[in-house]
Each structure stands twice: as C-alpha cells, then as structure tokens.
Design a protein around this ligand. Structure first.
Ligand code: FO1
Length: 312
C-alpha cells in the first residue's frame, strides 16, 4: 500500500510513527521546510529533524523536538560569548546533524540528498522528502516596537512564544520554489494521500504553497484524507490557535475542514477525520468522528486505519 503523507514537525512525527505501525511498507512523507533557519552558520531543518529523530527512535518525546539524552554545553558557551541568538535551543547532539547537513549543502548536495544521507543512519522506515529543495522560510508579520515587520517563524515561535498576534504569514521565496524530486509523483501515484494533523497554516499550508503541490493533490486519483489537528476548540499541541485567526479560519475541526475544502470544489479533501467529541459539516467532504488523540503509536495506528477505512 503506497501511502503519501503531508506532514509538519511535532504532530507530523507522532502521526508518521502511527502510519508506520499500521502500514509499514512504501511510505513517503512530504515534510514542511518553512520552519528552516540558518543560525550560527548552521542550516537547521526542524520539521525534517523532528520526523527523522522520532522515526529513528532518537527523539525526546517529552520536549517534542531535538534529541533524547541531549546536553546544551555548546549553547551555554555561545551565550557566554554573547553570540546571538541565544533564544534558540541548539543541543550538542543536534548540532552534529546541522554540521553534516550544512557541510553537504555547501558542497552542492540538495536538501533531498542531504536528508537521504542523514536517514542512512536513522533508518526511519519512511521515505522523507522535503517539500522543496529551495529556501522558502516562513516569516510572521507582527507589530513590534511600534512598527509592523516580518520576523522569522522561529523568532516568533520561540523568542516571542507566538504571543505577538500574527497579522499574516509569508513564505519568503515560495513563489520561485520547485517541488523536490519525487514529491509530485509521490502524490499522483499514491494509493492514499493523508494530510497529517499538523498546523494547517505554517505546516500543511506551507507545503501546499509550493507551486504544483496543490494541483497534484487536486488531480491525484488517490483518495485524500485529512485528520483534524484541532480537538474541541484548541490544537492538541502547538500554536495553530495563534495561526488560524491570522487567515480568518475558525479554530475548530469544522473551520479547518472547510478551510481545506472539498476536492469536488477545487479543495483538498475527500474525507475529514474529526475527534469523536466533535461535530463538523464540510460540504462535499465525508466526515468521520473517531478518537484522534495520539497518546501512543497504537492509538495513532488506529486513527490511520480509520483514515484508510474512510478512504475506501
Ligand atoms: N522549539 C522551541 O520551542 N524552543 C527551542 O529552543 C527550539 C529549538 C529547536 C532546535 C532544533 C529543532 O529542530 C527544533 C527546535 N524547536 C524549538 C522546535 C522548532 O521551533 C519547530 O519549528 C517546532 O517544532 C514547530 O514546528
């Protein structure tokens, strides 16, 4: 069963562990790279790393990102030098990943090739594809110190804890970005396409902003099933509730489902899974209420089986 999954970072990583538990062969994840950032001369790809570490059993599940058994000696040393930014959590073990990635990128390898090389070690059991090999970093337009400006997503999310109201989101460079090799094919040749319960704006929305990807979703013969990242009126984790208002979408399973829209009307979805305590009507989309809390891999696997079931 060839399954292609659009995924972001923390939620996407948990979801992919469930997909792998339920259907271990022939999985391809198209991962958001809008969170990517260059800091201290290192190229950092948070969502690709969260997914790679989680599937490779190297992730700190509590923290949600970075490595288990991590230490922060280099981060502390950088702070002692006053080397900004000090707000970004650079772990010692994580730095090795960024050093290998940065060196390979500088040598001319694509992010796709770099990711494949890093996965040689981690053996995630899922093919990880960046949505694009081109830089398109999400920036957030905020009012700060009396002026309106665009700051990098990581600065908004980490330094400001997403507390500055987001006026809009801009993926700098996305209009010139090309889908990475294999991305469009993974969507159009899949048996099923799943949209992970990731942030609909800065993760899924960013992936869909890469020219060609939305069209591939619209035209693929595979059924497209989304899973709601919102339970009740709040995201299970992360900051979707700080993002959705910026694009005028209600923070609810129905709001996000309608935002994604039905493929019959040029949208993304054939089916939409919502949590069993929620209700939603999405014109042109089959809605199914099932338990959507990814409490462990078997709970997530059950969600995935429900998604495949509704896809049939
Ligand atoms: N998230 C934080 O809230 N604080 C951090 O200091 C932080 C550092 C960090 C370092 C590497 C990495 O791969 C992810 C990191 N994240 C951190 C998560 C990062 O902000 C991601 O973009 C989130 O997962 C949102 O997608």
């Amino acid at each position: 069963m060839q399954i292609t999954i659009l995924a972001g970072g923390i939620g996407g990583a948990k979801f992919l562990r469930g997909v792998r538990a339920a259907y271990p062969d022939d999985l391809t994840a198209i991962v958001n790279t809008g969170d990517d950032v260059t800091l201290h001369g290192l190229r950092i790809c948070p969502d690709l790393d969260s997914v790679m570490y989680a599937l490779g059993d190297g992730a700190d599940d509590e923290r949600g990102w970075g490595r288990k058994g991590e230490s922060w000696r280099i981060k502390d040393e950088l702070a002692s030098y006053g080397a900004e930014p000090s707000w970004f959590g650079l772990g010692d073990l994580d730095i090795a990943t960024h050093l290998v990635r940065t060196r390979m990128l500088d040598a001319g390898y694509s992010l796709t090739d770099v990711t494949a090389a890093l996965c040689e070690r981690w053996q995630p059991g899922v093919r990880l594809l960046p949505m694009t090999d081109d830089r398109c970093e999400t920036h957030v337009v905020v009012d700060l110190d009396g002026s309106r400006r665009a700051i990098h997503f990581q600065e908004w999310w980490i330094k400001h804890r997403a507390a500055l109201p987001a006026r809009s989101f801009v993926q700098v460079g996305v209009d010139d970005a090309l889908p990475a090799a294999g991305v469009l094919e993974a969507i159009t040749t899949a048996d099923v396409v799943l949209i992970a319960p990731s942030n609909p704006v800065v993760s899924i929305g960013t992936i869909l902003g890469v020219p060609g990807i939305r069209e591939a979703i619209l035209t693929t013969p595979a059924p497209v099933v989304g899973l709601s990242p919102i339970v009740g009126n709040a995201p299970v984790r992360g900051m979707a509730d700080s993002c959705l208002p910026a694009i005028g979408v209600e923070v609810s399973a129905e709001g996000v489902g309608r935002h994604y829209g039905s493929r019959k009307e040029g949208g993304l979805l054939d089916s939409w899974l919502i949590h069993d305590t929620d209700a939603a009507s999405v014109p042109g989309v089959t809605v199914r209420a099932v338990p959507l809390l990814m409490t462990d891999d078997s709970a997530t696997a059950a969600m995935v089986r429900a998604a495949l079931d509704v896809a049939r």
